[in-house]
Design a binder for this molecule. Structure first.
Ligand code: NAG
Ligand code: NAG
Ligand code: NAG
Ligand code: NAG
Length: 363
């Protein structure tokens, strides 16, 4: 008896703290974030075995435009796409990093959202493994624990109802492609690589569905060959074409996976953002939204993109004029634009519905 009264007491406590665990039309209960550095908000800061600075961003000049002007582990001058989307969905910013939670605040935060993303990770288990980052499979294992506790506290029916009104935001795939692009040409088979990537992605999405996920917000990869570090690999200063070719094929491949899952899995809903066309149209626009499309704001070498930004390098004065903050990552201004397009954009950019419609789409 005493044991059974614990969950209800907990639920009362949670609701007293202002948590609404019951359905509100068109409202997202919580956001769970998975993926790489495009949405990591500091998990990598907590990885003791991660010694490479490349997979960390907890030092200046990262975070100079963050509300507190401090580095947080976000690979940005300020907020990233996870923050921007969370803000549009009515949250203060991204939920906190999973690894920042303690036994005291874990249960509370679990119901409000958690960010599992880890810079350097990819779809495949081996992507980023040399940095010892958190792979997608492990991110999903961490969520399995969260889902298990929610089920224990709310019961299976309550938990599945709660989770069906949560957003599962996933932004991954870039690092798999970067690593593949460094493999010997003779050992590369693009068609096989893409097939492996999409089938593994499908397994991850199914695993999340089986843990209660119903609303998937998926972000595809931008034209990766045009970020400063990859431009630096092209002697003419153009984009690195091999990577752009792969990036362009990812969106339709993932689109097919999602369409299949949608017809296989009851109540599975999704919004798929086309980052390739979003960034492509900025790069090709005769009047682009940013003055500087090639150079990183902070870094060193060709296009300031050969070395990662750190405190020894200068940074640009006006970050809102730059598409890229560092060798790989967009500025806060660019991720804000992307988030707005994902949230409210047309079918050209996000299909079959946008993130706002996904949030409001209730059974
Ligand atoms: C949880 O507690 C830790 C340690 O006090 C703190 O650093 C962290 O910010 C807290 N997180 C939340 C979401 O309250
Ligand atoms: C370098 O850029 C030029 C101009 O955009 C392009 O034609 C060429 O294919 C690129 N080379 C590589 C190796 O990507
Ligand atoms: C900044 O980056 C450069 C190039 O990677 C490196 O040589 C230097 O040690 C770094 N400085 C700091 C303070 O981390
Ligand atoms: C920064 O650039 C933006 C866009 O070009 C411009 O509107 C703004 O006035 C600039 N800010 C400063 C402080 O120069």
């Amino acid at each position: 008896m005493a044991e059974r009264s614990v969950p209800s007491l907990l639920l009362i406590t949670l609701s007293l703290l202002g948590l609404n665990l019951h359905a509100v039309e068109g409202h997202i209960n919580a956001i769970y974030v998975f993926g790489d550095s495009t949405v990591d908000v500091g998990n990598n800061n907590y990885l003791p075995l991660l010694t490479s600075r490349e997979a960390k961003a907890n030092f200046p000049h990262y975070g100079i435009d963050f509300p507190t002007s401090t580095p947080t582990g976000r690979f940005s001058n300020g907020l990233n796409a996870a923050d921007q989307l969370a803000i549009l969905l009515g949250f203060p910013m991204s939920p906190p990093p999973y690894l920042s939670l303690t036994p005291e605040n874990f249960t509370m935060q679990m119901f409000r959202g958690v960010n599992f993303a880890s810079g350097g990770s990819g779809i495949h288990e081996y992507t980023g493994s040399r940095y010892k980052v958190i792979s997608m499979a492990v991110q999903i294992q961490y969520f399995a624990m969260v889902s298990g506790i929610i089920t224990k506290l709310m019961g299976p029916v309550g938990a599945s109802d709660f989770l069906s009104r949560c957003l599962f935001l996933i932004s991954t795939g870039s690092n798999d492609m970067f690593e593949y692009s460094f493999a010997k040409r003779s050992s590369r088979d693009d068609a096989m690589f893409l097939a492996g990537l999409t089938s593994t992605y499908k397994e991850h999405l199914k695993a999340l569905y089986n843990l209660g996920a119903r609303k998937f917000g998926i972000v595809s990869v931008p034209p990766l060959g045009c970020c400063p570090s990859q431009r630096a690999r092209n002697h003419t200063g153009g984009c690195y074409e091999m990577l752009n070719g792969l990036s362009g094929k990812f969106y339709p491949a993932i689109g097919e996976v999602l369409q299949n899952l949608h017809s296989e899995l009851p109540d599975m809903k999704y919004a798929l953002g086309n980052s390739f066309s979003m960034v492509g149209s900025i790069l090709e626009s005769p009047k682009p939204k940013f003055k500087e499309l090639k150079f990183a704001c902070c870094g060193y070498g060709k296009f300031y993109g050969e070395y990662q930004c750190n405190q020894t390098f200068p940074y640009c004065a006006n970050r809102t004029e730059y598409l890229f903050w560092d060798w790989f990552h967009p500025t806060q201004a660019a991720s804000e634009m992307a988030a707005e397009a994902l949230y409210g954009g047309s079918k050209k950019i996000v299909t079959p519905m946008n993130f706002k419609q996904l949030a409001e789409n209730d059974r």
